[in-house]
Design a protein. Structure first.
Length: 252
């Protein structure tokens, strides 16, 4: 696949090129660009399959460049320094990203995911969702969550998710007024992504949306009744955290 690297840090670009040459023989770097303006020109000229895009650059940012390009037929791997809100937006949006300095194993994993996406011919909805989520950065409950499916992505509002249920290495997402979604990712992954929102892991099997609790029944750990009628057991070791969090959310 043909790729373009857009990054204002020359050392980072050279390192990434070396890693690709050594570990990802399927990638042909057709251009490197030091800023978003030059990057936009090269993308329009060369029509790559993939771009490695630095987010924060002098002048125009990588995200502003994507907005200007509009509808796209390439995949993006973002290359970024650590930023809590940025990473959360990337994770919510199912966007591939690499933290600086780039790790070879993470690069290989990202390339495997990109190859799968290219074979599915996605429509770039995850990047649209990313741009939306960045506007909501700092208020994660207002963000949207991209859920990968065999055909691409389903985009959900957090308020529509009632319970995420573990089923071996899969997660069953129970939704308001919709059929459940079965996702080939473990519940632990969604627990990490949804940290800092109204979701709480109350049992090894369940991650619940606190906004959908209808009742709480006391017990060794207790039981919550969700808005869809589901009865969810709270593990004994999670009870104290659950009650403390509930007090913070509902202030009773």
């Amino acid at each position: 696949m043909n790729a373009i690297i857009i990054d204002d840090e020359q050392d980072g670009t050279c390192t990434l090129q070396r890693m690709l040459a050594e570990n990802c023989k399927q990638v042909n770097v057709v251009a490197t660009c030091a800023n978003a303006t030059e990057g936009k020109q090269k993308v329009e000229e060369l029509n790559p399959d993939l771009i490695f895009l630095d987010i924060q650059m002098p002048g125009k940012s990588g995200l502003e460049m994507l907005t200007e390009l509009g509808a796209r037929n390439f995949e993006v791997i973002f290359v970024t320094a650590h930023n809590k809100y940025m990473l959360q937006a990337l994770q919510f949006s199912a966007a591939d990203y690499l933290l600086k300095p780039v790790d070879e194993d993470r690069l290989i994993e990202a390339m495997q995911r990109v190859e799968k996406k290219l074979s599915q011919k996605g429509d770039g909805k995850n990047i649209e969702t990313l741009l939306y989520n960045l506007e909501k950065s700092g208020t994660p409950n207002e963000m949207k969550l991209c859920i990968p499916t065999l055909k691409g992505f389903v985009i959900l509002k957090l308020e529509d998710i009632i319970v995420c249920e573990a089923e071996k290495n899969y997660t069953i997402i129970h939704l308001r007024d919709k059929r459940p979604l079965i996702v080939s990712r473990p519940l632990l992954e969604y627990e990490k992504i949804l940290e800092g929102t109204t979701f709480l892991r109350v049992h090894r099997t369940y991650l619940i949306n606190l906004q959908h609790i209808s009742e709480y029944h006391r017990g060794e750990g207790g039981v919550v009744i969700m808005s869809n009628g589901a009865e969810i057991e709270i593990s004994r070791r999670k009870k104290e955290q659950f009650l403390s969090t509930i007090k913070g959310v509902f202030r009773y």
